[in-house]
Structures are given as structure tokens and as C-alpha cells.
Design a protein around this ligand. Structure first.
Ligand code: ZN
Length: 114
């Protein structure tokens, strides 16, 4: 299910607030730290922590031990939290008069982008 598919267009952007809709961290909310468009994945602050065991490597100045850090999630496992209405929502798009497009909330139709 989590197999890498073709690159999808991610409607989520860095610094968006999202909620996890599937998996172990379902219901958790966080801010998007990084988007990896090639893989259709993103990293959300405080979500999907993994423990990673590292070997000491003195040549690189790396101390051994266990570090905890966020692992990436597939973009389809999160939904945007609308900054206007606070609902978790799909992202729509609206084209403006000047030709640019903004993201919109599918629930309240509010503009997500500032
Ligand atoms: Zn909304």
C-alpha cells in the first residue's frame, strides 16, 4: 500500500498544518516541516517518530546511539487543516483574475494561501 507510485502533485506545502488520517499516528496534528515531491511524501513535526540506531563514526564526528526523528509520511495519509474554518479538508484550487491560482478549502471555500 505504501509502495512508491508515480509522482503525484502534493497540495500540501511547507508550514501547512495537517492532520494524519491513517496509520499509527492517526488524529495527530502538526506542521509540515518538509515536502518531498519526488516521492509524494512529507515530514510533519512531531508525527511518525522513528528510532534510528546510529553507529559511531569518528571520522565523520558522529556519535553512536539512538536518535529519534520524524520519518516521512505519504501525502495521501494527511489532510490539510483549514486555517479559516479549522476543519480537515481536501484542497481545492481557484484561479484568480490575474491568472495565478490559490489553494482553497473544500469545506468553507476559504482561501488557504495567504
Ligand atoms: Zn475551511
Amino acid at each position: 500500500m505504501a509502495a512508491p507510485g508515480p509522482a503525484i502533485k502534493i497540495a500540501i506545502k511547507k508550514n501547512d498544518n495537517v492532520v494524519v488520517v491513517t496509520g499509527r499516528d492517526r488524529g495527530k496534528k502538526g506542521r509540515v516541516l518538509r515536502v518531498i515531491p519526488d516521492k509524494g511524501r512529507l515530514i510533519v513535526e512531531g508525527v511518525n517518530f522513528i528510532k534510528r540506531h546510529t553507529r559511531p563514526n569518528p571520522q565523520k564526528g558522529v556519535k553512536g546511539g539512538i536518535i529519534e526523528r520524524e520519518a516521512s509520511l505519504h501525502a495521501s495519509n494527511v489532510q490539510l487543516v483549514c486555517p479559516q474554518c479549522g476543519a480537515q479538508t481536501r484542497v481545492g484550487r481557484k484561479r484568480l483574475d490575474d491568472g495565478s491560482s490559490v489553494r482553497t478549502c473544500a469545506k468553507c471555500k476559504g482561501v488557504v494561501d495567504k
